[in-house]
Design a protein around this ligand. Structure first.
Ligand code: ZN
Length: 669
């Protein structure tokens, strides 16, 4: 299964000079909302919302309500105790009447913030369980102060979950050679082994079907009477109370659809939520990808399967957005030339698409982030994921520019470039060109990279198994890197300087070889697919270019720096690796893919790792960032009709979480 989303690099300072793109009224926004553990929480503006028509505002409003209604689904998917744990922690927090500067309470508050950010007890990125720094005595004392009704039946298990490091230690385990289901703490499987699940799907998969459903996408797999069975997320099935509320709001939204096509999209999604039939999901996906005229758009459902150790069941998420008409010019130029890029790509012609179909790309303004896209969010998305739908109907690719701008605005003056980029002329190049080349990288990655290439006939799209997502991300990144240095971008008017790409190359290598390590705890391997992909690419070009010193790690004054000596050759190396990874994907060469990942993408040099962590510790940069949402409020007349929807940005992090738990909690007992 292919997995398509781009996330921002670790705390890297983007360039300055974007303020001109920001709406005037959002310039004064205080972007940083909260800072705790390894997290910084930001807010994001929604420029242009006020200018939408009343119907569009109502449509956005009901879609945001449908988005928030699914919050509990993801929490329960992440771990079967998460909803009970959240309720208990929030009750303790709200009930606490002791000193606010009590170290135990402060540690408890940090833990609560971490759990809220992780949508559960595990870190959203490292997948490790959070470590409580308050005492068991404090916890027990607070629990005993709660009214009996607020003490959950699962208290003993929750206590173990919080304090026993070995219990459900890892959300998703991807270590080669272990039972990935038994050792993963997600709630996508229950009481089944990896072998049983693989056998189950091998038996029902029709490998001759050229339009296969996305097996397992909205299913939990368990056993009934000794037999492996699927439980479906749908109305009347698993998560029904949340799905009913999503559907009720989708029905409202459908009344304000911008056109008939969009109304059919919404209605077909409702049908799928009612039947749970994955053929209905494909029908919906085809209608959705075909709706390119509507200004307002949204994702709502079980989409990405990164958190399933077998890459099948998807996490619930939603993003509501509307098109940024000005900035979309850039992506329209890129997608308008998709066939040229495909025809000139450095891969074996057998693996190229003869006809690139309907790659549509736009820059969007996110209006709400929910489920798996909240609080941590992607900055680019390309859907649908089903290979055959992409081949036959194309795909939609988006860049969330109000999110990348918020990252950028919040990064000014954080000292990153001064610490890791010794060359003043490169710092200048980064200032001038990193923001635009970052955005172009995301555009190329999403709307061309993932959409490029084809499988040879008969190759199983899941052939690369656990390494599929890393290799797919590497393929899309390499496609973007290769073309960022192409004169075509100058010719198309997307860049105005033939050296601009060097800013992106330099930052990419710096991140992949060094600075992304700040997200890894000492002694741990790289696990997350995007991080593995970046490391794979960077370590590979470092090694393959070593004899010509294309890229070097140099030491000065005890500090390691990235030095690029030959940018044109570096571009060729990116092209060579792209050709090889495309071959691996097109042929389904599992062994070659696994060897690449195992050799270049996983193991961390402990000395360099320690150095990076030390250097970061002197900067106050959070390794991970996420967002609080704006608040949408309908304004009603005396007859109760909505006459306007306002947006405000003043809600803080924990108040937002507590409000969501109070108002959008259909699954919480
Ligand atoms: Zn991607």
């Amino acid at each position: 299964m292919a997995l398509f989303r781009t996330i921002a690099a670790a705390g890297v300072a983007l360039a300055i000079g974007t303020s001109a793109l920001m709406a005037k009224d959002t310039k004064k926004m205080n972007y940083i909302v909260d800072r705790f553990a390894d997290i910084e929480v930001l807010r994001y503006p929604v420029p242009g919302f006020e200018e939408l028509s009343l119907n569009q505002k109502k449509l956005v409003y009901y879609l945001t309500e449908a988005a928030l209604a699914g919050r509990d689904i993801l929490w329960d998917q992440n771990n079967r105790y998460n909803l009970d744990l959240r309720k208990l922690l929030e009750n303790i927090y709200s009930n606490y009447d002791g000193a606010k500067d009590n170290p135990d309470f402060k540690a408890f508050e940090t833990y609560l913030k971490q759990v809220e950010f992780g949508n559960g007890v595990h870190h959203h990125y490292s997948m490790d369980k959070f470590v409580p720094e308050f005492s068991e005595e404090f916890f027990d004392a607070q629990v005993s102060k709660l009214p009996a009704l607020k003490r959950p039946a699962t208290l003993d298990s929750l206590r173990r979950l919080v304090f026993d490091p070995a219990f459900m230690a890892k959300k998703v385990n991807q270590a080669e050679g272990q039972d990935l289901i038994a050792t993963s703490a997600t709630n996508l499987y229950e009481g089944v082994t990896q072998k049983e699940v693989e056998d189950f799907y091998a038996a029902i998969k029709d490998t001759t079907d050229v339009t296969p459903i996305s097996y397992g996408l909205n299913r939990r797999v368990t056993k009934e009477n000794g037999k492996v069975v699927e439980q479906t997320y749908k109305m009347g099935g698993l998560y029904s109370p949340a799905i009913e509320r999503i559907v009720a709001n989708l029905n409202q939204a459908a009344m304000y659809a911008e056109n008939d096509k969009q109304r059919r999209v919404i209605k077909s999604l409702i049908k799928y939520y009612m039947t749970g039939d994955l053929k209905d999901f494909d029908d919906y996906s085809i209608l959705w990808v075909d709706d390119t005229d509507s200004r307002v758009d949204f994702i709502n459902g079980f989409i990405e399967s990164y958190d399933d150790p077998l890459g099948m069941t998807a996490n619930w998420e939603s993003i509501v957005n509307f098109k940024n008409l000005d900035a979309s010019h850039r992506t329209e130029v890129i997608s308008g030339n998709a066939q040229w890029f495909e025809d000139h790509s450095p891969v074996d012609p057998r693996f190229r698409k003869e006809k690139v179909k309907g790659v549509t790309a736009k820059v969007i303004t996110a209006a709400i982030l929910a489920g798996d896209s909240y609080p941590a969010t992607p900055i680019g998305i390309n859907l649908p994921n089903a290979n055959w739908i992409r081949a036959a109907h194309g795909s939609k690719s988006v860049t969330l520019e109000n999110i990348t701008q918020a990252y950028d605005e919040a990064s000014h003056g954080n000292g990153f470039n001064e610490e890791f980029v010794p060359d003043a002329s490169m710092r200048k190049l980064l200032d001038d060109y990193l923001f635009i080349t970052d955005n172009l990288h995301t555009d190329l990655h999403e709307c061309l990279g993932h959409a490029s290439g084809q499988l040879l006939p008969g190759v199983d799209p899941d052939a690369l198994k656990a390494h599929g997502s890393t290799l797919e991300e590497a393929r899309a990144d390499l496609f973007a890197l290769y073309y960022l240095a192409d004169d075509k971008l100058i010719e198309l008017g997307l860049l105005d300087n033939p050296d601009a790409y060097k800013a992106q190359y330099y930052k990419y290598l710096l991140n992949g070889l060094m600075t992304q390590l700040m997200r890894i705890e000492p002694g741990k391997d790289v696990e997350e697919a995007h991080m593995r992909n970046r490391k794979l690419i960077c370590e590979w070009v470092l090694e393959k270019g070593a004899s010509d010193k294309v890229v070097e790690l140099v030491k000065e004054g005890g500090k390691t720096y990235v030095k690029v000596n030959d940018y044109p050759r570096l571009r060729e190396l990116f092209g060579e690796l792209l050709a090889e990874i495309q071959r691996i994907k097109s042929e389904g060469d599992y062994e070659a893919g696994r060897d690449l990942v195992e050799k270049y993408a996983v193991k961390v040099d402990p000395e360099l790792h320690k150095e990076v962590l030390d250097r970061y510790s002197h900067l106050s940069i959070a390794p991970y960032r996420g967002f609080v949402n704006p608040v949408y409020t309908p304004v009603k007349n005396s007859r109760g009709e909505i006459i306007d929807v306002t947006v405000s940005y003043d809600e803080d992090y924990i108040p937002q979480m507590l409000r969501y738990s109070r108002d959008y909690s259909p699954l919480t007992r």
